[in-house]
Design a binder for this molecule. Structure first.
Ligand code: 2HG
Ligand code: ZN
Length: 492
């Protein structure tokens, strides 16, 4: 367990005075109404407390804030766009000492675009949308694609190793980062802004800051990989016979279209019903109601007609073999956008409805269909009226398995009765199938204690050893990711 070195914490006034001297009065917020959006998570489920919010405008300022907080035993919670679904970016509610939220949004400069090296160098507070636009302006693609791209920031994408809808083709954020600059808990700056695709000079230190959710350092800038921009895309929605049929169809698509398969998203019947009800003005692309659908996107540098023909070939083979029950190919960019809108608004439709139990699991593709069947049966055995909102990035093995309250049951009652048993069942079935209980949303507070059931003692001890090596006082984003430490050190 980490112990703050400072027995008597400094007062809020001391903190505000010192941090104002570093970032300036406009960039040090202290009034309750100003603090509120920074201490409340995106869904309003986690509300913490902070002495101040600082908005530094340079790596030097971040470094000075961290050095001061380190010297005075003050907790710092790094924050980007505050779009975490796991409560990872807001301070704890029951903190024993005042925390400072350090939000990176003023550090929003694109620093360099190199179209020979195919790299984009930017500050951590650039939104994903702005990063994608900067790439596009240079005739390149930055391929990370997630629903919150208008507000989430590159620093947050890095520290949570964000995934999304194009992982099948391009990988997670970890696969897209070449270099990182990060400020350590004691204020030192790790300068790793290198744009190299090969660098075997010992430990790959940037990986410490990717996916560690701001518990080891604060990412302040990065060098990202750029890709060639596809010139054509083809999108279809297909109703499939079952999750197993969806997996088989993915195999067909990969066989026929190879690398061009960019996205392969699963949508359950109840998920489609929910999102269409929420969108109101969008019609179902199918005449009949189906239990399972997939959205398939192919992209390439070839011609649009050629790509449509390839996707038709996949769908026709699926229809012939009975995997596909019905299919519709987008006839225009507008159609494709509507198909994507249907998929991307499912999450908000759930948030708006309230009372969904979010299980963001991944399972090897070879076992994912059996997992979905088993987990569905287990949930319905607990509450047969549950709406099975099951969707997500099936192409990379990631399913958002989000059982939703029955329509006539208040969210509070449903969550009180079923949150624990349902998430435990779903997570343990995913784990038993060789899967992960958090595929792309991270751990934050929401899944922190669950890690102790699903990680080995060795894994947990190593995580604590790394945390203690970088942040021995436990001042950086405390209460996130790491469950209470194992009692005794693990001896090999
Ligand atoms: C998505 O894929 C996001 O839409 C959100 O990862 C998933 O809300 C969710 O569970
Ligand atoms: Zn997702």
């Amino acid at each position: 367990m980490t112990t703050p070195l400072h027995a008597s914490p400094v007062s809020t006034d001391d903190i505000v005075q010192a941090l104002t001297a570093i970032v300036g009065p406009q960039a040090c917020l202290t009034q309750a109404p100003d603090l509120k959006p920074f201490v409340t998570d995106y869904r309003g489920l986690y509300v913490g407390q902070a002495a101040a919010v600082v908005l530094p405008n340079s790596t030097q300022q971040v470094s000075q804030v961290m050095a001061w907080c380190h010297a005075h035993g003050v907790v710092v919670v790094p924050q980007g766009g505050n779009t975490s679904l796991m409560g990872g970016a807001v301070p704890e509610a029951q903190a024993s000492s005042p925390a400072v939220v350090l939000n990176l949004r003023r550090m929003n400069q694109v620093l360099a675009v190199d179209t020979v090296n195919d790299t984009l160098t930017l500050q951590a507070g650039v939104t994903l949308n702005a990063a994608r636009s900067a790439a596009e302006d240079a005739g390149r693609l930055f391929p990370l694609r997630i629903g919150s791209e208008g507000s989430c920031q590159i620093g947050g994408n890095i520290s949570t190793n964000a995934g999304g809808t194009a992982v099948l083709r391009y990988g997670n954020m970890r696969d897209l980062v070449l270099g990182v600059e990060a400020v350590l808990p004691d204020g030192r700056i790790y300068s790793g802004l290198r744009g190299l695709r090969k660098d075997n000079t010992g430990y790959d230190l940037k990986q410490l800051f990717i996916g560690s959710e701001g518990t080891l350092g604060i990412v302040t800038a990065a060098v990202l990989k750029l890709m060639p921009q596809p010139t054509a895309s083809s999108v279809a929605l297909a109703a499939v016979a079952s999750p197993a049929a969806a997996v088989a169809l993915l195999g067909e698509a990969k066989k026929t279209a190879g690398q061009a398969v960019t996205a392969f998203e699963l949508i359950s019947g109840p998920a489609l019903d929910l999102v269409l009800g929420y969108l109101g003005n969008v019609k179902s692309p199918f005449e009949a109601r189906h239990d399972w659908m997939v959205l398939i996107e192919l992209t390439s540098g070839a011609s649009a007609e050629g790509l449509d023909a390839t996707l038709m070939q996949v769908l026709e083979a699926g229809l012939d073999s009975g995997l596909v029950l019905d299919a519709t190919l987008a006839q225009s960019g507008a159609d494709a956008q509507t198909f994507w809108r249907i998929r991307e608004e499912i999450s908000d439709a759930q948030t708006r409805t309230g009372g969904s139990i979010k299980c963001d699991v991944s399972v090897p593709l070879s076992r994912i269909a059996a997992f979905i069947d088993e987990a569905t049966a287990a949930v319905l055995a607990l509450e047969p009226q549950t709406r099975m909102i099951v969707y997500g990035h099936m192409g990379d093995g990631n399913v958002h398995f989000n059982p939703l309250r029955p329509a006539d049951r208040p969210a509070k009652d449903y969550l009180a009765a079923f949150y624990e048993p349902i998430s435990r069942q779903v997570d343990s079935l995913a784990h038993a199938a060789g899967g992960s209980i958090s595929a792309e949303h991270g751990v934050g507070v929401a899944k922190r204690d669950d890690l102790s059931h699903y990680k080995s003692d060795v894994e947990l001890a190593l995580m604590w050893q790394i945390k203690n090596a970088l942040d021995p006082q436990g001042l950086l984003n405390p209460g996130k990711v790491l469950p209470a430490p194992v009692a005794a050190p693990v001896v090999a």
